[in-house]
Design a protein around this ligand. Structure first.
Ligand code: NAP
Length: 234
């Protein structure tokens, strides 16, 4: 049975991946900074849990030691959005945003490189904003763009372990529930900004993750999962 570690796996897209991976027969380890949340979901779906905070390298080292018998795949969904214009940038929040998406996953690779099995893979999360600049999305855009390069360069560094990224458009993952009444407007605007005329569902992402885990001839790539949004000109 292949073992998969899902970092950010206690919530939203990470949790959706963890649920599907259990159904598909993987031995699933849910990694989250909130260990109680990870353990609760693990108990519900038949997985195990480990504490991993992408802002704290010591937790990655400890998790890699705990999972030293081997890991086939790692999926990392962490993000720490800092959606402000340049004039309002906060140094610590800027660093946290880079750490969640770029530095943290690179340090995960550092600690798990000796543990990852050669046929295994890592799936990172970017996002369409990386390719669609706009006021207020500076940090999200640059960190998402950097993830493409992390995938490319880590793939060369960790080969034959494959490393790829998924770049979703707006997905109704649960993350947007915090907008309350504003969520419907965001979803309909984003649907209108695609070629396929809809926003993303969690299953779109989960299907793509599960496909990438098995796509043994794909490495160093970013898969754009956004209904053609980058190609819509009007
Ligand atoms: N949903 C979308 O529309 C969309 C669009 C484009 C790109 N994406 C990208 O897809 C990924 C997943 O999105 P989502 O919708 O599931 O977002 P989300 O609801 O914001 O989930 C982010 C996940 O990352 C975890 N996380 C944050 N900081 C962490 C840390 N320091 N250590 C470990 N885990 C940490 C969160 O756990 P906690 O519960 O501990 O906070 C949560 O599980 C993100 O990278 C996001 O940027 C999403």
């Amino acid at each position: 049975m292949e073992r998969i570690l899902v970092i950010g796996g206690a919530r939203a897209l990470g949790a959706a991946v963890a649920r599907r991976a259990v159904k598909d027969g993987y031995d699933v380890v849910i990694g989250a900074r909130d260990l109680a949340a990870a353990e609760a979901l693990a108990a519900e779906i038949g997985a195990t849990a480990v504490r991993i905070d992408l802002q704290d390298e010591t937790t990655m080292a400890a998790a890699a030691t705990q999972l030293a018998e081997g890991i086939d795949h790692i999926v990392t969904t962490g993000s720490a959005p800092h959606d402000v214009r340049a004039a309002a940038l906060d140094h610590d929040k800027l660093i946290a945003a880079f750490t969640a998406k770029v530095i943290g996953p690179m340090l995960v690779a550092k600690h798990f490189a000796p543990v990852l099995r050669p046929n295994g893979s890592i799936v990172l999360f970017s996002g369409v904003v990386g390719w669609r600049p706009g006021p207020g999305s500076l940090v999200k855009g640059v960190t998402n763009g950097a993830v493409e390069y992390v995938a490319r360069h880590l793939a060369a560094d960790l080969a034959p372990v494959r490393v790829n990224a998924i770049s979703p458009g707006v997905v109704d993952s649960g993350a947007w529930d915090r907008l309350g009444d504003g969520k419907a407007g965001l979803l309909s605007k984003s649907a209108a900004g695609t070629l396929v005329g809809r926003y993303g569902e969690s299953d779109d992402v989960v299907d793509t993750v599960m496909w990438l885990l098995r796509a043994g001839f794909i490495s160093g790539e970013t898969i754009h999962l956004e209904g053609g949004a980058r190609h819509k000109t009007s």
